[in-house]
Design a binder for this molecule. Structure first.
Ligand code: NAD
Length: 384
């Protein structure tokens, strides 16, 4: 078995959490991801939007320090000798900026979920806040943590499919096919809390980030056709987007939350001058490589032909599935390496990589450009 995982980190990082209360979805995933490689200890939280729920949620987890709100948490933790070194922000989108700036301002590293913010103005302010802070900013575009995504990126960078020509990426779901009233759907379909994009912000940003991560290319302009199929819905639930990449590559991105039969069917195909690659999130341990004129090759996680970049992200032998939780944990472990290096002033190895605040800004710019293009009958909009 190959395992390139870094086992040399010592000591746990004291972690806090904002959001992720009793009734939340992704907070629990972050807690598992933080624990998987034993690099963090969750010690403090402001887990919900009201003091009562924040307290009940903190007690349910047995947290050492429970706060009524994130601002008092940031102030009081920054004053403690044993205060948190990093905070995970897992609230709805419109609170990301307000929460993150309180911690950045006090030198506490931020691990924030996507999209970066609900508005472009907030995204720009958050980039500035991160630049002015000594603290690190990690954005959990978790799909970049999958071993076979790292494999694909490594193969593109090594020129194994030649100069990129075509990128097809899609992220269809079906859970918003009819009007839903449960919590996660409710704020996601409210532009004041979600942002101007619906499917574009919630899952289109993942697809967009993945396309750029694997190809190493930036998008120069896009043309988008956004639709809200469910009557009364104020944000898009389906989007078709054409992409023009730097260097001439062309792409198409489809995000949908009204595609019955699709759960989390994120899939990417990249075609270069000498071959192609194909990866699907629901079958994540496999990557198809299609060198032109040769038989298709199936590369398996930790199997023959898989390289160092994938091995670094893998824990167990091939054939035993790794997936969403492990990929998420890889982002936490990359962040842990960066935080440990920051502690000691050590140089960060080149292979350590994670999405940052600037990737987050690109995601919000993508949403904003999609909305602007669609309003102008799918006109091309520059992202430069
Ligand atoms: N990376 C991924 O795969 C992924 C998946 C799902 C969600 N997300 C992102 O994670 C975030 C949360 O999504 P979710 O589905 O878990 O939402 P959710 O509604 O299930 O949970 C949000 C939590 O934040 C709390 N909250 C709201 N305002 C708060 C405040 N001011 N202070 C403290 N807590 C507050 C709520 O009480 C709740 O506990 C969103 O930004 C979403 O886009 C990412």
């Amino acid at each position: 078995m190959v395992s390139g995982r870094n086992e040399t980190l010592t000591g746990r990082i004291r972690l806090g959490m904002v959001g992720g209360g009793n009734d939340a979805f992704i907070g629990g995933v972050h807690r598992i991801a933080a624990r998987l490689d034993d690099h963090y200890e969750l010690v403090a939280g402001a887990l919900s939007s009201t003091p009562e729920r924040a307290r009940a949620s903190g007690e349910a987890l047995g947290l050492a320090r429970i706060y009524d709100d994130f601002k008092s948490m940031a102030i009081r933790e920054a004053r403690r000798k044993d205060g948190i070194e990093a905070v995970s922000i897992v609230t709805p989108n419109h609170m990301h900026y307000l929460a993150a700036r309180e911690f950045l301002k006090r030198g506490i590293h931020v691990i924030c979920d996507k999209p970066l913010t609900s508005t472009l103005a907030d995204a720009r302010k958050l980039v500035k806040a991160a630049e002015e802070s000594d603290a690190l900013f990690i954005l959990t575009h978790n799909y970049t943590g999958y071993p076979m995504v790292r494999q694909a990126r490594e193969m593109v960078a090594a020129g194994q499919i030649g100069k990129i020509r075509v990128v097809q990426v899609e992220y269809p779901q079906d859970w918003l096919t009819v009007e839903e009233t449960f919590k996660q759907a409710e704020w996601r379909t409210d532009p004041a809390r979600s942002g101007a994009g619906g499917s574009t912000g919630d899952i289109g940003t993942h697809a967009y980030n993945l396309a750029c991560f694997i190809t190493g290319l930036a998008v120069e302009s896009l043309a988008a056709d956004l639709q809200a199929f469910v009557p009364g819905r104020q944000v898009d639930d389906n989007a078709h987007v054409m992409l023009r990449f730097e260097g001439g590559a062309r792409g198409m991105l489809w995000s949908s939350q009204v595609a019955p039969g699709n759960e989390n069917a994120l899939k990417i195909r990249v075609f270069g001058e000498t071959g192609g690659l194909e990866w699907a999130q629901e079958d994540p341990n496999y990557l198809w490589h299609t060198p032109f004129g040769e038989p298709k090759r199936l590369i398996t996680r930790n199997g023959a032909g898989a390289g160092d970049a994938a091995a670094r992200m893998s824990r167990i032998p091939p054939g035993h599935p790794e997936g969403y939780l492990e990929g998420f944990a890889n982002i936490y472990s990359e962040a842990a390496q960066a935080i440990m290096a920051h502690r000691t002033g050590a140089a960060l190895p080149d292979e350590v990589t994670f999405p940052s605040v600037s990737d987050g800004l690109k995601g919000v710019q993508f949403v904003s450009a999609c909305v602007a293009s669609s309003k102008r009958n799918s006109a091309w909009v520059s992202l430069a």
